[in-house]
Design a binder for this molecule. Structure first.
Ligand code: COA
Length: 182
């Protein structure tokens, strides 16, 4: 497996591979990506878009940086992040690299690809993108992602109770990057 960084996705082939992975994972997200307008919207409790494709989400995704994992030339996973992200919820930590989306091809799950994508973000992105914090959010029932985040020493920054429906919280995470480790 190899990893590649893109600060912009310009080739049609790469766009298509991201689109295919995104569509394949769409309904695993809660709520589905096709029901969202963009990658960081605050209102996340609508569920009435069952047969749609994630067009709006995809176009907002293409404005981000990507770390993509390949088996030969096949994209088998990607992590997208918004560099220099700021929002009210993270006001006290300033700018961060905000991971908006991770998708791994179902055939390649459980092989540690998520850890490798994050590790690249922590230590191998070009210097001009390095920041003191990496942040992300997920929903409280996303066990595999949350397990991986805790193992990588992310800590919970904030929790919005029942934000995605009864019993489904939105959990905001952060991790301080120690550049002396790199
Ligand atoms: C969440 C997701 C990215 C994890 O990808 P992955 O590459 O399979 O994750 P990893 O192999 O790095 O594993 C992370 C942890 O989850 C566990 N895990 C992942 N898939 C698993 C499975 N099917 N069964 C049991 N455990 C699993 C791994 O064992 C690992 O835990 P460990 O360190 O204790 O062994 C992937 O399931 C996915 O694409 N899901 C749909 C989209 C999504 O939820 N994205 C995250 C929100 S943005």
């Amino acid at each position: 497996m190899i990893l590649r960084f893109f600060d912009e996705i310009s080739s049609d082939n790469t766009k298509n591979q991201v689109w295919n992975l995104l569509c394949a994972c769409d309904n695993e997200f809660y709520p589905s990506l096709s029901s969202r307008e963009n990658t960081s919207q605050s209102q996340l409790n609508s569920h009435d878009h069952k047969n749609k494709k994630p067009f709006s989400y995809f176009s907002s995704l293409l404005e981000q940086c990507f770390i993509c994992a390949y088996d030969d030339e096949n994209m088998i996973g990607f992590l997208s992040f918004i560099p220099k992200y700021s929002s009210d919820i993270y006001r006290d930590i300033g700018l961060s690299n905000y991971v908006s989306t991770i998708c791994v091809d179902t055939k390649y799950r459980g092989l540690g690809i998520t850890y490798k994508l994050y590790d690249f973000l922590f230590s191998k992105i070009p210097n001009q993108y390095c920041l003191s914090y990496v942040t992300t959010r997920t929903w409280s029932l996303n066990d595999y992602h949350i397990k991986a985040l805790h193992k990588m020493r992310f800590v919970i920054h904030a929790t919005l109770k029942n934000h995605r429906g009864q019993g489904i919280d939105t959990v905001y995470f952060k991790k301080k990057i120690d550049f002396t480790d790199n």
